[in-house]
Design a protein around this ligand. Structure first.
Ligand code: ADP
Ligand code: MG
Length: 152
């Protein structure tokens, strides 16, 4: 499975999907989230992180660049690189340590980290659809393909 699309009439529908489908997420995945400001990248990330069992807040990492979550044996890193001035800054943050076999990385504005960030296993593009959103998932690795299969 290389590509799937999902359409959601509103935010509640998208969150319901994340809550039902987060549990299949595998450690080691790098997911890049694309879409304009306000398109729902943080909302989607929040749904997935809470779907994985996080009960607290999921705030946007706009200013911190990254927020970590420990969910059992899985470490989740939620990035928002919108304010990153230079991809080199990621090196100073020691960001390579964040990409490991037991981590799941959800990255908003991955374009800002081009050249330093690892390639995506899955790209998710969020676009307007009716009053809601369409999500297009594209896999780029065996791991990514397996995940889309679980989600299809
Ligand atoms: P981003 O992180 O892409 O900038 P946010 O998730 O912060 O976007 O904000 C998205 C906005 O769109 C919020 O106001 C949210 O209520 C709304 N929204 C999120 N997901 C959906 C959806 N599936 N359908 C309609 N509105 C949505
Ligand atoms: Mg955001």
């Amino acid at each position: 499975m290389d590509q799937i699309t999902q359409q959601f009439t509103d935010e509640q529908a998208m969150l319901a999907w994340t809550h039902a489908n987060a549990a299949t997420l595998q450690a080691g995945l790098v997911i890049h989230l694309h879409g304009d400001l306000g398109m729902g990248k943080t909302t989607l990330s929040r749904g997935l992180i809470q779907g994985l069992g996080h009960t607290g807040n999921v705030k946007s990492p706009t200013y911190t660049l990254v927020e970590p979550y420990e969910l059992g044996t899985l470490r989740v890193y939620h990035f928002d690189l919108y304010r990153l001035a230079d991809p080199e800054e990621l090196e100073f943050m020691g960001v390579r340590d964040y990409f490991a076999d037991d981590t799941l990385c959800l990255i908003e504005w991955p374009e800002k980290g081009a050249g330093i960030l690892p390639e995506a296993d899955i790209d998710i593009v969020i676009e307007p659809w009716q009053q809601g959103r369409q999500l297009s998932f594209t896999s780029h690795s065996e791991k990514g393909r397996a995940q889309l299969k679980a989600w299809a």
